[in-house]
Design a binder for this molecule. Structure first.
Ligand SMILES: [Mn+2]
Length: 326
């Protein structure tokens, strides 16, 4: 599968006027960071741009958005190009499929190993830490091509946030030399890192902490897999929204002698979402997630099993045993 060049994308942005930015369901820092960053870029270039998310945005990422995010049903556009960010699979794009059908061109910018180049233009770099890093590279290409500055403080803040969240604050193995160069360059452009750190990581509502306490109570060890469960009842009891549960799977992963953390999330009575996180390359989580029609990266992936949470857990581990993975 071949990629378009960054310059192809830059020229497309210059030559076209109407854009619709979309990303994956359950928005995370890289999703909101890359989408809002590119939104501010397109506004700055005097393009018509709207940002569509049919999901809810996590409370700790709201500070990145100073405009109105639309729902698919509110979109009334005749001619537009869709830019899909951080989305490994066209089916995971979080908007009405009719919007995708009626587009002019679909541009696919991503870093997921599972990405099958579903766009008319594809810039997919699986070696990059985050979609924010891919967007940053494209914007640098724009700056070189036009010989003008584009990335300002606000754009830099969005991109820095996604870089931080997808690298686990530069902790994960996807953190490369280029990630630090990018961080350094964004600092030079005026990013206030303390606001980002405080807002994204150091301002947990108390309910999230009591929720984590309940979730950790379900800890179950299976060889070097540690699994935890999150039920709708726990969310209601602790007054936490499903959208504000990103990162909780790490508590299962970050245990001595454990390689993989698994969080089973009761989305609906018979819809269980599964988050997988690993701290080594012993298992390829992208391949494990694919067994259940999901995907992602080697060390971070997700999938869905349409069963109740306890059955989903059994089905998951039975399948791993069946495939001689554990
Ligand atoms: Mn990402």
């Amino acid at each position: 599968m071949s990629n378009n060049t960054h310059l192809d994308f830059v020229k497309f942005l210059i030559d076209n006027d109407n854009f619709l930015i979309v990303s994956h369901e359950s928005p995370d820092g890289d999703n909101i960071g890359s989408s809002s960053g590119l939104y501010y870029v397109l506004k700055k270039l005097d393009k018509e741009v709207i940002h569509v998310i049919d999901d809810e945005i996590p409370q700790n990422l709201n500070f990145l958005i100073d405009y109105k995010i639309l729902k698919s049903k509110d979109v009334d556009l005749k001619e537009y190009n869709i830019i899909s960010l951080d989305c490994g699979d066209i089916k995971r794009i979080n908007c009405d499929f009719k919007l995708i059908e009626n587009k002019n061109k679909l541009l696919n910018i991503d870093h997921h190993a599972s990405n099958n180049h579903f766009g008319d233009l594809n810039i997919v770099h699986v070696d990059k830490s985050s979609t924010c890093e891919v967007v940053y590279d494209i914007l640098k290409e724009y700056e070189n091509f036009k010989n003008e500055k584009l990335i300002d403080k606000k754009i830099a803040r969005s991109l820095y946030t996604g870089l931080l969240t997808d690298t686990g604050n530069f902790m994960y193995s996807n953190t490369k030399q280029e990630s630090f160069y990018m961080a350094g360059d964004l600092l030079k452009r005026g990013v206030d890192t303390s606001i980002i750190i405080n807002t994204v990581f150091l301002s947990n509502p108390i309910g999230r902490i009591t929720l984590i306490k309940d979730i950790i109570g379900t800890l179950d060890i299976n060889k070097d897999f540690a699994s935890i469960l999150m039920t709708k009842n726990m969310l209601e009891k602790n007054n936490v929204d499903y959208k504000d549960t990103d990162g909780i799977v790490n508590y299962a992963r970050d245990i001595e002698n454990i390689n993989v953390g698994v969080l089973f999330k009761e989305k609906e009575k018979n819809i269980t979402k599964i988050s997988l996180r690993s701290k080594s390359d012993k298992y390829n989580l992208n391949e494990i997630a694919k067994l259940f029609s999901g995907g992602g990266h080697v060390r971070a992936a997700g999938c869905t099993i349409n069963e109740n949470i306890n059955d989903a857990k059994k089905i998951f581990f039975d399948k791993l045993k069946e495939n001689k993975i554990i």
